[in-house]
Design a protein around this ligand. Structure first.
Ligand SMILES: C[S@@+](CC[C@H](N)C(=O)[O-])C[C@H]1O[C@@H](n2cnc3c(N)ncnc32)[C@H](O)[C@@H]1O
Length: 271
């Protein structure tokens, strides 16, 4: 599927920007050495590898994804990193996990639970994750939660954030309790205890090298669209002026460019 291939390339590119913040999230979990975990919706497997490193030699992580192409990428990464003994990749649907009850010590998922495309209430998905985790094990869900990428243009940025693309994966017509910032409620409704939330920041400071610049331009495009038709025409012109790589006034050309984005971690314990 060409769309999946394109998405895989974008995920690979975005890892340059996301890695430091996801590493901070994973370090904060203090996953027990030797534990066995699940990375649900693992994508290209990049963070599955980080999780496997975190649980040490005697630990194990299973990356699960619905797209075979992503699993292939994960297997190649694990092989390059010589981590194949600590990682396996399985094709499956997070809505009906292909694992027995109590198979894992913890379950982890980045940017999937709560996505409208799944068409399932996140509480049902949390219950399915909890089914495969042992009592006293933890469930961690991590979601992109905000960004400030256009310093000096807060009104344009706010209007971009209010478009369909800016709100995604939340949809304008969705019930407020389905917004991912309501995830603590989902944990409680799923019967998980000790629900907690914490937000982590990725600072984007100059100097921005060519690789980071490419990733940032792509990230802006993923976030707000290449050509956002919901904007007024004057905003569209401003958006292109500030966010196109080839524009002489591209915002990343500002000598002291600073921006950030955040990921929020929600967690709970299986009883
Ligand atoms: C936004 S990507 C995030 C990937 C990865 N967690 C990351 O952060 O790099 C969402 C991932 O979930 C996978 N996915 C979508 N629907 C799924 C489902 N029903 N079951 C399992 N994985 C699914 C997609 O194929 C994709 O790899």
């Amino acid at each position: 599927m060409p769309d999946t291939e394109e998405y895989l390339k974008r995920l690979d590119l975005s890892n340059i920007l996301r890695s430091p913040v996801i590493k901070n999230v994973i370090d904060s979990l203090q996953l027990p050495s030797g534990s066995k975990g699940l990375d649900a919706g693992c994508g290209n497997g990049y963070f599955t590898l980080m999780l496997a490193e975190s649980v040490g030699h005697s630990g194990h992580v299973t990356g699960l994804d619905i797209e075979e192409l992503f699993l292939k990428s994960g297997r190649a990464l694990a092989s390059q990193a010589e981590l194949t003994e600590r990682i396996s990749f399985t094709k499956g649907d997070v809505k009906k996990l292909p694992f027995k009850d109590n198979s894992f010590d913890w379950a982890f998922s980045i940017d999937l639970i709560g996505y409208a495309v799944l068409q399932v209430h996140p509480v049902i998905l949390l219950k399915e994750l909890a089914r495969v985790v042992k009592p006293d094990g933890k469930i961690y869900i991590i979601m992109w939660s905000s960004q400030m990428l256009l310093p000096g243009y807060p009104a344009l940025e706010a209007r971009l954030n209010a478009t369909t693309s800016g709100l995604a994966p939340f949809g304008k017509t969705m019930s407020p309790d389905l917004h991912f910032m309501r995830a603590l409620e989902w944990f409680e409704q799923a019967g998980l205890t000790e629900p907690k939330a914490k937000t982590f920041v990725r600072d984007l400071n100059t100097p921005i090298n060519d690789e980071m610049r490419k990733a940032l331009i792509d990230l802006i495009c993923m976030r707000w669209g290449d050509d956002n038709p919901e904007l007024l025409q004057e905003d569209q012109i401003e958006y292109k002026r500030l966010c196109r790589d080839e524009s002489p006034e591209c915002i990343l050309n500002i000598p002291g460019y600073y921006g950030f984005f955040t990921y929020s971690l929600f967690q709970g314990k299986v009883t």
